[in-house]
Design a protein around this ligand. Sequence first.
Ligand SMILES: C[S@@+](CC[C@H](N)C(=O)[O-])C[C@H]1O[C@@H](n2cnc3c(N)ncnc32)[C@H](O)[C@@H]1O
Length: 219
Amino acid sequence: MFDFLTEAIRNFRSTGSVWPSSPALSNAMTSTIARVEGPRRVLEVGPGTGPFTKSILKKLRAGDHFDLVEINQTFCRKLEKDILAGYRARHPNVQVRLHCAPIEEADLAGPYDVIVCGLPFNNFPPRLMRQIFRRMFALLKDNGELLYFEYAGVRAMKSPVSDSAGRARLKRIDAIGKSLRRRHEGKKQLVLANFPPAFAYRLKGGRKKAATSSSSKRA
Ligand SMILES: C[S@@+](CC[C@H](N)C(=O)[O-])C[C@H]1O[C@@H](n2cnc3c(N)ncnc32)[C@H](O)[C@@H]1O
């Protein structure tokens, strides 16, 4: 917890929060993995101190492949020491690789069945958000699933304390998210047991037509 807070103060734009995600949000972000059959390929982007990582590792089986991409060297060292080294020793038949690099540049070979993304897009320039989603969809199987989250009401809270350029940026981030959810059959789940409460979003791989059905809870 203390490491997370220290890095959040040092690198607020890339960390985007002062608190690691809760077990409830970790569960919402990773439950889909258990439903994938056969050897699974899973990618986690922005693991931080590893709340989603721990939940993913519990679901993996022999033959699965798990890549993690984290930009922050301090988090990478902590993940390796506290979580990954021990897991690898106990599970030699699960391939786990940590890439200490930005997702924009990491050397990855898709396709993945599931991508779990913890990046704080509301802190990013819209162009970077688009670039990162383009990369993640290029790495995702057509029938795969991409999960990301944001804090509930985050833009409404940030807007009043932003200047006009900041408010315009937040509007573009909102529009990009809505467009992604329309094109990729987005579903959302509100997780109250997190600080702050958050929405977990699930997007389908492949490029879909804009949704027209009202059968499921659309994001
Ligand atoms: C909001 S924190 C989430 C951490 C953790 N998943 C959680 O939910 O508690 C965002 C994480 O994304 C990482 N990050 C930010 N930009 C990144 C990028 N371009 N590529 C990879 N990781 C990035 C940060 O260093 C940080 O660990």
